[in-house]
Ligand binder design. Structure first.
Ligand code: FAD
Ligand code: NAI
Length: 462
């Protein structure tokens, strides 16, 4: 029997970051993880492996399309899929072992196995019961099931299967034009697969700025991805020639069927809370099955907290990490806090897409007066030098005060550029503050400054 200040269930970005912060703040901390390795969905079957494959396939694209223009003559590149998967696994291993090292360094106990909570203050793993003053549930999420679709993770796959296919398929149908569908669809398109994306709505990446959605879809089509929009998938059936997907077009109720070697189901994720014993404990859930928490990550049962994908809010690794730090600070008697108005979202396609804060659509709905400053990467010398002139930066500022309310970028290094705006928003910056900040030349970040200038007297290079 061991007594801990905190036991965290789950070693994903929420759980492992929380554990490190708890230990740094002097709390005796243990983490229970059922997987063989630390790091959760993100490091094992999510963010990290998908970025490794995005990187490798982008290098292939560069070699095929841009090397010759720059005077680099190489033989036609060939894909060795087994080696590419090996590289992806090495990247995963390096990262998960890194977390093990950090646990040892911070004297965090890793309890291996699946946890349940028999009562407040008690965590059971196998036959052992551990005592904890506080318990943090960071059990993450799993792919949502789609009625009429049976996943075998071989030819009808979720993202997990798509990251480890036996071979590169000739054709793939992606169900859902959200983040997973477009990132992994891009990977396979670049590797030579015919990719068709079937989406329920009339737009891709729901919730994103409308102008970005249109530009993004245009760029993806140019890259060779096909789209069937406004189509509700009814069923997936296995046949001799592959898998057939039947969908109903929402505009006329017409049913159509298309086939492909592999079907990727990417229609969202749901909280994973199986086996924890939440029912017996009487922990409140939201209507969508998330663990209900107050503003301080406390559930309705004293001493039990929850963070990350298992609670409401965007299912993002950095959101889970920030909540992990905040709950640790709260448990240590400090004032942990997450600013949900400034959580960036990034899609790691090529080009990248990044956003933070309000979209024009949201502001219109709220009836708020705003102004828009936009700048095309065509006017950015660095972007033109690296074949990345397609795309733009759009800053939205309050019409009266000039305060930055949101930013939407599609273009080179968008996922890094967005953080200038995040920091600015945290400090309550006006667009003019960004416009008056000297930006190094030649950098992509000059496009952000130009968009800020466009909120005032106008950009220089357009
Ligand atoms: P998780 O990472 O899901 O970790 C939860 C852990 O808890 C798991 O390891 C699980 O085994 C363990 N666990 C659950 N129940 C128990 C139990 N009872 N006992 C013991 N252990 C338990 N987000 C981004 O921000 N950027 C990205 O680029 C990105 N890419 C993604 C790509 C893909 C393909 C996917 C699927 C997701 C991606 N995400 C990305 C989302 C991101 O992975 C999640 O938001 C993040 O992992 C959530 O962290 P978490 O700690 O809440 O949960
Ligand atoms: P998602 O919610 O982003 O997209 C799902 C899409 O599927 C939506 O466009 C939806 O309209 C569509 N859809 C739903 N039912 C359908 C049906 N029956 N037929 C056709 N289309 C249908 O979910 P996704 O892509 O599965 O990602 C899950 C989570 O993982 C997201 O919340 C995301 O935040 C996270 N993630 C984040 C990444 C990043 O930050 N770069 C990368 C990958 C995942």
């Amino acid at each position: 029997m061991s007594q801990y200040d905190v036991i965290i269930i789950g070693a994903g970005p929420g759980g492992y970051v929380s554990a490190i912060r708890c230990a740094q703040l002097g709390l005796k901390t243990a983490v229970v993880e059922g997987r063989e390795t630390l790091g959760g969905t993100c490091l094992n079957v999510g963010c990290i492996p998908s970025k490794a494959l995005l990187h490798a396939s982008h290098q292939l694209h560069e070699a095929e399309h841009n090397f010759a223009t720059m005077g680099l003559k190489v033989a036609a590149p060939k894909v060795d899929w087994k080696t590419m998967l090996g590289y992806k696994q090495d990247v995963i291993d390096g990262n998960t072992k890194g977390i093990e090292f950090l646990f040892k360094k911070n004297k965090i106990d890793w309890i291996k196995g699946w946890a349940s909570i028999p009562a407040a203050g008690k965590v059971q793993v196998g036959d052992t019961t551990y005592d904890a003053k506080n318990i943090v549930i960071a059990s993450g999420s799993e792919p949502s099931a789609l009625p009429g679709v049976e996943v075998d993770e071989k030819t009808v796959v979720t993202s997990t299967g798509a990251l480890a296919l036996g071979s590169i398929p000739k054709s793939m149908i992606v169900i859902g034009a959200g983040v997973i569908g477009l990132e992994l669809g891009s990977v396979y398109k670049r590797l030579g697969t015919e990719v068709t994306v079937v989406e329920f709505l009339d737009v891709i990446t729901p919730g994103m700025d409308g102008e970005v959605q249109k530009t993004f879809q245009r760029m993806l089509k140019k890259q060779g991805l096909s789209f069937v929009m406004g189509a509700a998938v009814q069923k997936v059936e296995k046949g001799k020639g592959g898998n057939s997907v039947t969908y109903k077009l929402r505009k006329n109720d017409k049913e159509e069927t298309i086939s492909a070697e592999v079907v990727l189901v990417a229609t969202g994720r749901r909280p994973f809370t199986e086996g924890l014993g939440l029912d017996k404990l009487g922990i409140d859930l939201t209507k969508r099955g998330q663990i209900a928490t107050n503003g301080h990550y406390a559930t309705n049962i004293p001493g039990i907290y929850a963070i990350g994908d298992a609670i409401e809010g965007p299912m993002l690794a950095h959101k889970a990490e920030d909540e992990g730090m905040a709950v640790a600070e709260i448990l240590a008697g400090q004032k942990g806090h997450v600013n949900y108005d400034v959580i960036p979202g990034v899609i790691y396609t090529h080009p990248e897409v990044a956003s933070v804060g309000k979209t024009e659509e949201q502001l219109k709905e709220e009836g708020r007066a705003y102004k828009v400053g936009k700048f095309s990467f065509m006017g950015n010398g660095r972007a033109k030098a690296v074949f990345a002139g397609d795309g733009f930066v759009k800053i939205i500022a309050d019409a009266a005060t000039d305060r930055v309310l949101g930013c939407h970028i599609i273009g080179p290094a968008a996922g890094d550029l967005i953080h200038e705006i995040c920091v600015g928003m945290e400090f309550g910056a006006a667009a003019e503050d960004i416009a008056r900040t000297c930006h190094a030349h030649p950098t992509f970040s000059e496009a952000v400054r130009e968009a800020a200038l466009a909120c005032g007297d106008g950009p220089i290079h357009s």
